[in-house]
Design a protein around this ligand. Structure first.
Ligand code: FAD
Length: 402
């Protein structure tokens, strides 16, 4: 009987094994989870779950009974430490498993502050997994002072949660503006104002020089020489694809595990999907860090492991929750040269990214209607003119029929 082993029980790993069964695979499946719990969703870790408004049980992607019912063996809390490609085996901390086909869905690891900058001090946290949240949650409380390092989505979401819980928050971003890597200045401006209105002290174009403290963090010094006192720090300075196992096994790795359009690595028996994989799109190698990508790519890889032979052509979408604002993003804005703004009722707002006449992406703030319209336009390859978007008289739904 054929045995498929999947390493990494996260969003992608869970989707991959579920799809193998829906697609009719009747051989043996083992999902190896480095963490001691079944696969769960990460987005709430910096949103409702961190805020204490969501129970742990709701984080799990599927009940544990699902895996038993589908005859999927879960190996919890036992990370794979090595892959032997010649012998086609993987070595776990507590045993060896043979495989016929192998998939790597190992996700990513948060970048840490170097120890020389105080990264190892007590009270310094990253937000990647349930254990991280368990460690940091007791630090949140009215009157506590937090420093958030990094103005990307995770840093901003953590800042919003902390501010809502009465924490005094300072957020530093080394780049000239928050969200610089992922969004247009218009979107950065919107979120800067939102945070400032909730009392968060956002300082852009300012680097962290070092954290201060002996064993426990007590302060921070910045690149302009200024210092603040802090009780805890959350580091949100990006992630790196977790490609260590793949690299040690001699697979091609370049900012992630290199796969072809179908999701196959440089070894034909080994596949990869999710945060850890870098894949070809429009003549470039890219890597996406999102739930959409983890699910869609993993499901495609499952089909391809069974011989479907299809290429991955993602339609990216993403979201972020901060205070009472839901940001929804459709498309990828890479290469945009113009952004136009559509204002709706009740504060609904959307930013539309163009490259020449081509619509690339939409950021919609409390505007799910225009998010859906933008997403469907992009999926259909339709590009209304920027003038149509900004004209309040335009019937947006009618654009789909053009
Ligand atoms: C706080 C936070 C908020 C986020 N918010 C959003 C959001 O709002 N919207 C959105 O689209 N995306 C969001 N993301 C990103 C999204 O969660 C990830 O893109 C997604 O989880 C990627 O899925 P994955 O399966 O590739 O990796 P992961 O979900 O990270 O799973 C990888 C798993 O592999 C395990 N693993 C690694 N190495 C081994 C090994 N050697 N042996 C066994 N197991 C191993 C890891 O322990 C981990 O459990 C957020 C992420 C975080 C951390």
């Amino acid at each position: 009987m054929e045995h498929i082993v999947v390493i990494g029980g996260g969003q992608a790993g869970s989707s991959l094994v579920a799809r193998l069964r829906t697609a009719g695979f009747e051989g043996a499946i083992t999902l190896v989870c480095g963490e001691a719990v079944p696969p769960y969703q990460r987005p709430p870790l910096s949103k409702a779950y961190l805020l204490g408004e969501m129970e742990e049980a709701r984080l799990y992607l599927r009940p544990e009974s699902f895996y038993a019912e589908k005859d999927i063996a879960l190996r919890l809390g036992s990370p794979v430490v090595a892959i032997d490609r010649a012998a086609k085996t993987v070595t776990l901390e507590d045993g060896v498993l043979p495989y016929d086909q192998l998939a790597l869905t190992t996700g990513s690891v948060p970048r840490r502050l170097p120890a020389a900058m105080g990264g190892n001090l007590g009270g310094v946290y990253e937000v990647r997994n349930l254990l991280d949240v368990g460690r940091m949650q007791p630090a949140f409380g009215p009157g506590k002072r937090a420093l958030i390092v990094g103005g990307g989505y995770i840093g901003l979401e953590a800042a919003a949660v902390a501010a809502k819980l009465g924490v005094e928050v300072t957020l530093v971003e080394m780049a000239p503006r928050i969200l610089q890597r992922v969004a247009a200045p218009e979107t950065s401006d919107y979120f800067r104002e939102l945070h400032r209105a909730h009392g968060v002290d956002i300082r852009e174009g300012l680097g962290l020089e070092t954290l201060l403290g002996d064993e426990q963090v007590s302060g921070a010094r910045f690149s302009d020489g200024s210092e603040i006192a802090v009780d805890f720090v959350i580091v949100g300075v990006g992630i790196a694809p977790d490609a260590a196992l793949a690299e040690a096994a001699g697979l091609a790795v370049d900012n992630g595990i290199v796969v072809d359009g179908q999701g196959r690595t440089s070894d034909p028996a080994i596949w990869a999907a999710g945060d850890c994989a870098t894949f070809p799109r429009n003549g470039q190698m890219i890597r996406l860090e999102s739930v959409q990508n983890a699910i869609d790519q993993a499901e495609l890889v499952a089909d391809n492991m069974l011989g479907a032979g299809r290429d991955y052509d993602p339609m990216p979408w993403f979201w972020s929750d901060q205070y009472d604002v839901k940001l929804q993003i459709a498309g990828l804005n890479t290469g945009y040269d113009r952004v136009v703004v559509r204002k709706g009722d009740d504060g609904a707002l959307s930013h539309w990214y163009y490259a020449g006449d081509t619509l690339l992406a939409v950021d919609a703030m409390n505007d799910s209607r225009n998010y859906m319209i933008g997403k469907r336009l992009i999926e259909a390859g339709k590009s209304p003119s920027p003038e149509q978007i900004t004209d309040p008289a335009t019937n947006m739904k009618a654009l789909l029929r053009q």
